[in-house]
Design a protein around this ligand. Structure first.
Ligand SMILES: C[S@@+](CC[C@H](N)C(=O)[O-])C[C@H]1O[C@@H](n2cnc3c(N)ncnc32)[C@H](O)[C@@H]1O
Length: 212
């Protein structure tokens, strides 16, 4: 989906600038200094409009969250939500998640959330999927020993592809469900914007947890 360009987006970004990490590579190995505490770091890749990270951060004040988003128009909406609610434990990176290993040190991240990642439907686009093996290598590097990837999507072909990638990579899959909202794993689920939209249209949500 292509978003319409937001009015005054530079001004709106500037208004939330304290939430943006402009040179994230400078914080590699030192994210706890940036947050000013020793809390674990959790990352959401492709935070979209930010409804998920807002509620997650509210529920978990003892976790530091870094949300990565490559589309400025939706990133601004996410940043404004966090600013308006005066949430203190979230920072935002504007850019592509393929820089993950340049900005986080080995073992520096405890959890990665992939919510409704772009499916990149054509097989020649497979390398762009956030569950392609080159991304899994990056996740394995930045995650701590017991670190996890939480992955959910309505897109069954993407989910099947991802399960295959996890297995080929030798990763362990747990909490697997092809219908999250009618499963035992739904009890503390936070719905994303895409999740609300697709589940209202009757699509079941696939979800699993991956460890390396
Ligand atoms: C389908 S939307 C889902 C948004 C949100 N997670 C949700 O569930 O409502 C995918 C989002 O991921 C972002 N995205 C996709 N690939 C990315 C990448 N490699 N790095 C950073 N953001 C990415 C897109 O710009 C888009 O906002």
């Amino acid at each position: 989906m292509r978003m319409r360009r937001k009015k005054n987006r530079d001004t709106r970004f500037e208004n939330c600038i304290e939430l943006a990490v402009l040179e994230p590579q400078n914080h590699k190995g030192n994210w706890n200094k940036l947050f000013g505490n020793q809390n674990p770091v959790h990352v959401e890749i492709g935070c979209g409009k930010g409804g998920f990270i807002l509620e997650l951060a509210r529920r978990n004040p003892d976790v530091n969250f870094v949300a990565i988003e490559k589309c400025l128009d939706v990133l601004i909406l996410a940043m404004e939500k966090i600013k308006n609610e005066q949430i203190k434990n979230v920072r935002f990176l504007f850019g592509d998640a393929n820089v993950l290993t340049d900005i986080f040190d080995c073992g520096e991240v405890e959890r990665i959330y992939l919510n409704f990642s772009d499916p990149w439907k054509k097989s020649r686009q497979a390398k762009r999927r956030l569950t392609y093996v080159t991304f899994l290598e990056k996740y394995k590097y930045v995650l701590s020993e017991d670190g996890e990837v939480y992955f959910k999507t309505d897109n069954r072909p993407l989910f099947d592809f991802s399960l295959e990638q996890f297995e080929l990579f030798g990763a362990k899959i747990s909490e697997l469900t092809f219908d999250l909202h009618n499963s035992e794993y739904n009890y503390n689920n936070i719905m994303t914007e895409y999740e609300k939209n697709f589940s209202e249209k009757g699509f079941p949500i696939n979800r699993c947890v991956v460890t390396f």
